[in-house]
Write a protein that binds this ligand. Structure first.
Ligand code: SF4
Length: 428
């Protein structure tokens, strides 16, 4: 544990084993987990608010949960276990709220192929998660000759009818968030961060970087009120991009509606043995070799398996052509991290289709985590009682052995190990 939130902190620097207040490392672990879950939950609430929707129950829960972590408020382990699961429930509700707002405003996404090269002319590259910000940018750039490109978690935007109708939304550049320093140095275009997943910029592009909303880095210009005029004018002043062909064409834009429109085919393929197992392999990607697990896992998935994916963890393998099973794509990109709600909807619908519980489906969740939104999603899956989730590439550092044991005992939580060995266990 590490806590220095009050004046009584040990040695004036921090309590690391037990607090003078009596807080032990397991309570500290659960409090930290709760706060991190609230951070993730807040991201989804924030983006819902951008679209004009909110939820009273969520809005009341967040301060209540934060208040419980104030010094000398609550030392009950059981209370914090329940509060973490309730935070998962609220995350589920927030993801549903955000998804419904996306559907209502931008239509239901359909599969689309996205180019990964550049078009000749001026360009703006956007990263983050806000579809609202992208919509405003597309409106303001229409007819200006400035093309708009997505990066990382903005890729799924291409699937929404009310966004893809803009012909100058031309492609996606790069992969997960952490390639931005090289990608953004190499591409002479204006860059706009719509929220989290922005890094402190390199000298090479800091004068071309704009931040909106909660995003901010030293020396980047701030965009207020969705007014992109300065960024658009800046893009026009830069040397025009040349026409380049990307290495790969990416497919995104699946929704639960699209997948469940194939329900009859899926049932037939499962019944006849053509589909043996479903995997949800997704989450947020992180730099380092640990993430190679997820590519190796997907590469070794037998041809009679389907991979559902979402969030930027998919960039570890979304260049692979996995083909299809009787017209059912083997690699199905459901969207951003908050679109985990769509994976839940599909799992629940499959359980109804096969008249069983979600935990009895031939379905395994293999999740990568990097930051606090993934923690919030994990809590939402625990709230639903989903068991046997594999989590990697490393366990969260704030989870103590006792708390991890609670998660193992109650939810059969497992850590990723060797991709081939894990696959063999999952397939029985
Ligand atoms: S709240 Fe407790 S654990 Fe935290 S700094 Fe104060 S005495 Fe230490």
């Amino acid at each position: 544990m590490f806590c220095y939130q009050c004046e009584q902190t040990k040695g004036g620097t921090g309590c690391t084993t037990v607090g003078i207040c009596g807080k032990n490392e397991d309570i500290a672990s659960l409090q930290d987990n709760l706060i991190y879950t609230l951070k993730g939950l807040s991201a989804y609430v924030y983006h819902s608010n951008e679209l004009g929707v909110n939820d009273k129950e969520i809005d009341e829960f967040i301060p209540e949960a934060l208040y419980a972590t104030l010094t000398n408020s609550n030392f009950d382990l059981n209370d914090f276990v329940a509060m973490n699961l309730r935070a998962g429930e609220m995350t589920l509700k927030a993801m549903k709220m955000l998804k419904e707002a996306h559907f209502k405003k931008y239509g239901i996404p359909t599969p689309v192929q996205v180019q990964t090269g550049t078009k000749a002319g001026a360009g703006i590259l956007v990263t983050g998660h806000s579809l609202k910000a992208l919509e405003e940018l597309l409106k303001q750039t229409e007819g200006t000759g400035v093309n708009v490109y997505t990066h990382s978690e903005m890729l799924p935007a291409h699937g929404y009818p009310e966004l893809k109708k803009y012909k100058h939304l031309v492609g996606n550049l790069g992969k997960a968030w952490f390639d931005q320093k090289k990608l953004w140095s190499d591409n002479e275009m204006v860059l706009i961060a719509f929220g989290n997943c922005v890094l402190i910029p390199k000298e090479a592009y800091k004068d071309r970087l704009y931040c909106l909303g909660i995003a901010g880095v030293p020396e980047a210009k701030k965009i207020n009120g969705f007014d992109f005029s300065e960024a658009i004018a800046h893009a026009k002043r830069l040397k025009p991009l040349s026409e380049t062909k990307g290495d790969v064409v990416l497919t995104t834009g699946f929704s639960s509606n699209v997948v469940l429109s194939l329900a009859d085919k899926i049932k037939e393929a499962v019944t006849s043995g053509k589909i043996k197992h479903f995997f949800l392999v997704g989450g947020c990607d992180a730099p380092g070799k640990g993430g190679e697990y997820f590519r190796e896992f997907v590469q070794n998935a037998p041809k009679d398996t389907i991979i559902l994916t979402l969030a930027c963890g998919k960039y570890r393998f979304n260049d692979l052509d996995l083909g299809d099973i009787d017209g059912i794509p083997r690699l199905i990109d459901l969207g951003q991290c908050n679109d985990a709600i769509e994976a839940v909807n599909i799992a629940v619908a499959l359980a109804e289709l096969f008249e069983c519980e979600v935990n009895d489906l031939p379905l395994t969740l293999v999740l990568s985590w990097m930051e606090q939104k993934a923690v919030a999603i994990l809590m939402s899956l625990f709230h639903l009682g989903i068991k046997g989730i594999y989590l990697g590439p490393k366990p969260p550092a704030w989870i103590t052995p006792n708390v991890f044991k609670v998660l193992q005992d109650n939810f059969d939580l497992r850590l990723t190990g060797d991709a081939k060995e894990d696959m063999a266990v999952m397939l029985g």
